[in-house]
Every structure is written in C-alpha cells, then in structure tokens.
Design a protein around this ligand. Structure first.
Ligand code: NAP
Length: 591
C-alpha cells in the first residue's frame, strides 16, 4: 500500500508514486537571499503529460540560476509563469539531476520504470512547428530551462521532465557526481562543437576563460578529448595544477595583466596605446604556453565585458569567440577593425539541444570527461549551497546535493573508467568577491601581422604635459547618504549645479547618483513614487576612483575606457575630491 508521504531517504517501492513529497520551495513573499527564499515544504507530486516522465531524484546539481530565482530578479519566474497561465504560486528549482524513472507518460517509448538517468535542462514543446520541422529546438520560442524557467525542478523527491531530457546515468559515478555536470557540460559542448565550421578540430588552440570554473573545467576536457590544445585562464596559481590535470596545455594568470575592461575610446591615443601594449603582452603569454607563435582558433568566453576586447583581439583570423554569459557585465566593446579585417566571428550560445547533451554525456560515460564535482551537500543544505554561490564563496568545479540518496558515494555500479586521475581541487579554491570588473589584460599580438602592424603605423601622440589629477580636481565631495531620497539628491544637484553626487556610507564612497540614474529611476514610476526612492536604490554602485597623484592622461583613459564622466579622487585611499570630464575639457580649451 503506497504511503501518503515517504521520508526523505525512504524510497517508495519502484514505480509507486505517493501523493505527496518533500521539496524546497521558493515563494514570492520570501524573495531574497537563498537562505530566506528557500523553505522546505510538503507538496503534491505533480501529474505528468503524455510525453513526460516522473523521476525519483537521487541527487541534484546546484547552479547560479536558482540564486536568481530566490532573489526574484532579474525575472520573477513565478510571476512570469502565472501570467502565462501556470497557476502554482511557488517555484521548485533545480536544473541538474540524477535519479530513477518511476512513471512514464503514455507516449514515452524510450524509457521504462527503473531506468537510472541523468537529466538535461532543455525543455521545448514537441508540437512547436519549428521543432516539428526538425529544426534546432534551441531556437524554438517554446524553449525553456527546466527547474528555472519551468517549475518542478530537482530540489524535490520527484521531478517531472520530458522524456528526451533523460540520458543514461554513467554507472561509474555516484548519484551526486552524476548530478553535477550536465548543465555546464552540455553548454560547453554546444559552444565548442555546435557552430559548424567553427566547431573545435584536432590541433586547434582554444583559449578558455575561467578554466577552474564549472564551464571551464568541462571545456578543457572536451577540447582535450577532441584532440585540441586548451589553454586555461586562471586568477590564482593554486588553480594551475588543477587545470593542467584536466588537460590544459598551460595556464595564464589574468592577474599578471592589467588591460582588462572596456576598450579605451579609439580616439584616446594614449589609452589605446596602453591597451594595445597590454593585449600584445597577453598574446605573447599565449605563445609562451604553446612554445610556438600560434593563435587560438576558438576563444571560450563567459566573463564578457572585461574580457571580450581581448578575446576578439587574440582570436585567429577566421576564428570564433563563442560566448554564453556576461558575468562581469553586458556592455562588451569590440574594435570592429579586427573583427572585419580578420573575419572573426562573435557567436552567442545558450545551453544545448539533445544531440549536444548526448555528446557530453557520451564523453562522461567513456571516462573522457569528469564531472569535476568539488563539493556535495545534504538535502537540508540546499539553501546554504545557494547562499555560498550568492556570496561568490563556492568552490570551483561543480556542486551538488543529495535528495533521495541516503548517503554520499552511493549509486556506483561499475568500476570507474576514468582515463586519467584528476588532482583534487585546492581546499582554498573559492571565488574572490566580487570578480573584478576591471581586469583588462593586454591582448597579444597574436593576430599580429597585418592589422597590428597597421595599427603600429598610427602616430600615437601622448598629451602628457606632466599634469596630475590633483592639479585639476575639485577638492571636497558633494555627497549624500544612502538613505537620502531621490528628491533630496536631485535638489542638491540643482542647487549646486552639478551632474552627480557621491553616495557616502561613513567614510566609504559606495556609489554615485547621476542625473542619468534619476531619469532611469523615474521610468515606470509616478513622480511621487520616484521622489521617495533612496539614493542606495538608484545609485550606480561602486565608484570609479583614482589617486590624486595619477597622471591626468591616465585618468582620462580610465574615464574614456569606462565611458565615465567623473572619477572620485582619493588620497591614501580616502575620497577627497572629484575629477570630471568637464574639468578636462576646460583645461584642453584653455591650454
Ligand atoms: P563559475 O564556476 O563561477 O566559474 C566562472 C569563472 O570565471 C571563475 O572560475 C573565474 O575564474 C572566472 N572569472 C571570474 N571573474 C572573472 C573576470 N573578471 N575575468 C575573467 N574571468 C573571471 O561559473 P560557471 O558555472 O563556469 O558559469 C560562468 C557563467 O556562465 C555564469 O554567468 C553562468 O550563469 C553562465 N552560464 C550560462 C549558461 C548558458 O546556457 N547560457 C550555462 C552555464 C553557465 P578565475 O577567477 O580563475 O579566472
């Protein structure tokens, strides 16, 4: 007789589905940090459609998407689904899982009760005309990420998924290891193998950002398995051995360079010259790792804003920069001259279709790719695992949580077929917070020859007349506290005839409220609502700053590179004044 509800580690008899289950739910009234948003509840097991299966979840993978789901930003996933006609007022997240099939829909022929599976997170409507016509379902308007854009993810005893999402679980892996790799692995596989003539080929050099991260660790292994030569980017030396053990030919530490971030404006000769110097130094580092002057045919991108200019520069003629995220920002800048003259491609990529998910799973099944599971948690720790991610303190590689599996290390039914031993992750290998939005490394002269030489011919005039920031800055800061209202901030700007206010919390400059911020804050709100907003809510967080002793030319490059109009000037780290573009223009006109 099926019970109403089974304890977490007390699996129901195979094929018997109880009416209720334990699950971690996010509800809109709890939106906030993961430890606040996630709450354990008992809930009805969902019914399944004809093309779906119900899987008893043994373990689930942890991904950043459900940090966003708990915060309720940038999208309220529950509200969005309610609007689309799905009534549930909650979200069960989880976009990676391993488990056992307990029930199959009537149209499902590929699976049976008892099958041990891993689940990929791509969902689409089989009746979509685009899909029916045999096109890539990743372009279907019905495409969704299961356990983020859809409900009933893997942070529950049962999850409902479309049959095609289920792939054979590698028998040499524990439940938790099997739950760790699919989302990042399939994403990396599509990026590297899904783009026609740009698919990775034997002998290709591939530059991989964040080599010790979830995506990067899978990308290194895919490249190696396909006979390419991966070079991994790292930010600390303790990741070097790890990336090399996965198959990287060598690593480059991004902290050895300082040219990161948006490109300086092309009219900013001094700034552009400094950037070119940096990017060329970076290119030389690639040659050094390779031991020969070759250029990456593929650059595997996800940091975005801070690294894209470099990625485009170092990518080979006719090569591809393939990107699936903009973790450091979305306003990437591109020197189009390199793109068109060298006929490079900047390719967007998002998750994967069935074929690509099968591609990564086959590599794992054969032991050619390891899930790189760095840490597994218990079911009770699901909010904590997400909280670690929220604070960017999670270990590198991939994380998972036990759900139905009663202990760690279970589920292995065959000998591990790994072809190579991987070094364990360094214990201290956690993210630094937050990723610096300002690491521009110097792009190399990889693509050197033609274009770089042409650029060398440009006469670069540095207008450094010895002026320092302190010679031009305004001493004293016009500021407000974080709790000042928009109305108070706007009034100060009008009264003092200035365009921006520094937001000070104690003696720390924590942000800037500019007139642009005020205009943006007014959008979608009544004037009365906008007036009451706090400076903290509308400010652009963080302050671009420079030391009073910096050369004026360098400060100008900093501003043009970040499309900023002002810098907070510091002395000994303490904010003491402001330098604005207006001051620079005045100087230029008076010289
Ligand atoms: P992760 O495990 O946190 O790894 C990210 C890596 O990026 C880190 O290891 C870090 O390595 C590197 N990094 C951090 N700040 C950087 C900076 N300023 N410049 C250069 N590199 C920096 O994350 P992940 O799982 O690999 O995911 C990466 C991004 O892809 C996330 O935004 C994720 O949401 C997105 N994603 C998208 C899809 C999709 O289908 N579109 C799928 C999966 C993931 P170092 O500090 O060692 O350089």
């Amino acid at each position: 007789m099926t019970k109403e509800l089974y304890d977490l580690h007390d699996a129901p008899p195979l094929g018997e589905v109880p009416p209720k289950m334990h699950a971690w739910l996010i509800r809109p009234e709890r939106f906030g940090e993961p430890t606040q948003a996630f709450q354990r509840e008992v809930i009805d097991v969902p019914p399944i459609a004809d093309d779906e299966v119900l899987v008893y979840v043994m373990a689930a993978g942890v991904n950043y998407n459900n940090v966003w789901a708990s915060l309720g930003i940038p999208v309220n996933v529950i509200g969005a689904r309610n609007k689309a006609g799905e009534p549930e007022p909650f979200h069960i997240g989880g976009s990676d899982a391993s488990g056992i099939v307990y029930k199959v829909g009537k149209d499902v022929t590929s699976l049976k009760v008892g099958d041990e599976v891993v689940i990929h997170c791509g969902i689409w409507n089989r009746n979509c005309p685009w899909v029916k016509a045999g096109n890539d379902p990743m372009y279907s308007p019905t495409f969704r990420i299961w356990g983020y854009e859809t409900n009933w993810g893997s942070f529950a005893q049962f999850t409902k998924v479309q049959a095609h999402q289920c792939l054979p679980k590698p028998k040499h892996l524990s439940w938790e290891a099997a739950a760790a790799y699919m989302l990042v692995g399939a994403t990396a596989y599509r990026m590297l193998c899904g783009w026609g003539e740009h698919a990775v080929r034997r002998g290709d050099v591939v530059l991989i950002w964040g080599g010790a991260g979830g995506l990067g660790s899978m990308a290194i292994q895919i490249c190696r398995a396909l006979g390419a030569t991966p070079i991994a980017m790292i930010s600390s030396e303790d990741k070097r051995a790890y990336c090399e053990s996965l198959g990287a030919k060598g690593c480059i530490n991004r902290n050895d360079f300082d040219h990161w971030g948006m490109l300086p404006h092309w009219k900013d000769n001094a700034g552009y010259a400094a950037w070119l110097k940096g990017v060329r130094k970076f290119g030389s580092a690639i040659w050094e790792v390779l031991g020969e002057k070759r250029t990456p045919r593929i650059v595997f991108e996800h940091p975005g804003e801070t690294t894209v200019p470099t990625s485009i520069f170092v990518c080979d003629t006719g090569g591809m920069v393939v990107i699936c995220a903009g973790t450091t920002g979305y306003n990437a800048t591109v020197d189009l001259r390199y793109l068109w003259m060298r006929q490079k491609c900047l390719q967007g990529s998002h998750f994967a279709n069935d074929e690509q998910s099968i591609g990564i799973n086959n590599l794992v099944l054969q032991g050619l790719a390891d899930p790189c599971m760095s840490r597994a948690f218990t079911f009770a720790e699901i909010p904590d695992a997400h909280q670690l991610m929220y604070h960017n303190k999670h270990p590198h590689g991939n994380m998972s949580v036990l759900v139905g599996a009663p202990d760690f290390g279970l589920g292995i039914s065959e000998t591990d077929p790994h072809l190579a031993d991987h070094l364990p992750l360094p214990p201290s290998d956690t993210h630094t917070i937050p990723p610096s939005p300002f690491p521009l490394s110097s792009p190399s002269a990889l693509s050197t020859a033609y274009m770089s030489e042409r650029l060398d011919e440009v006469e670069l005039k540095l207008v450094d007349d010895g002026t320092l920031v302190k010679d031009l800055m305004h001493r004293g800061l016009i500021s407000c506290g974080p709790d000042a209202t928009l109305e108070e901030a706007a009034k100060t700007m009008m009264d003092r005839d200035i365009h921006a206010l520094v937001v000070m919390e104690g003696d720390q400059a924590v942000g800037v409220v500019s007139q642009t911020d005020i205009v943006l804050a007014r959008q979608g709100r009544t004037a009365a609502e906008a007036r009451q907003l706090s400076a903290r809510a509308i400010m652009t967080p963080g302050c671009a700053s420079c030391d009073a002793g910096l050369k004026l030319t360098e400060a100008v490059s900093l501003m043009t590179g970040r499309r900023l109009h002002r810098l907070v000037v510091t002395e000994g780290g303490v904010p003491v004044g402001m330098l604005s573009m207006t001051d620079v223009v005045r100087k230029l006109l008076s010289d």
